[in-house]
Design a protein around this ligand. Sequence first.
Ligand code: ZN
Length: 201
Amino acid sequence: MVRCPFCGSEDLTLISSWKYGAFDVYRYKCNKCGNKFNYYKGKITEFYIPKSKNQKMNKEENKEVDYNHEEVKSWLQEIGEVLGYYTYPEFGDEQYRFDIVYKLFNSEKQPPVAVFEVVDSNTVDNSLSRLFYAYRTFRPEGLYLIVLDNKYQERAKKLLENTYPEIKDKVEILDANKIKELRDILNKYGDEIKKLINLGK
Ligand SMILES: [Zn+2]
């Protein structure tokens, strides 16, 4: 039985599910405390993200490390949900998968209006080639590259300039801290925002 990692309640609502590597991931909302979390189920292990609200510590250097890829993806989902988009993790076709996409309608066939790629290591090139493919295939309104470490910003800008000039002015590069801030604010005022943006709908 899955329990909320924040309050221990078993009263949960399943929001979405997807595959991540060897894991089946289930995203739940707790009906008791209102927190959302991802539950990872593998053949032998299972775990929750976020385990706690504290930053992880890097054992060797004993300093704060950057957020992980999955955390940032869950924030992008939370932001999309509050703003009224349908969010799809690992959306894609046989050629490419995108970390998170936003759609206006809940349909597999609907093209995304925004595509997000989260860069967690030296994979800037791969992420940009996926965004370029997304641009050519779906023509989304928004193309976003979220960098977990600012040292990848320069590389991303150079690649956009030299390798992907067609999307140079279309890709917005944001750092993960900004996504976290946005998510925290939207979570805090989520219910009020949802009411206000749904007037007349
Ligand atoms: Zn709870």
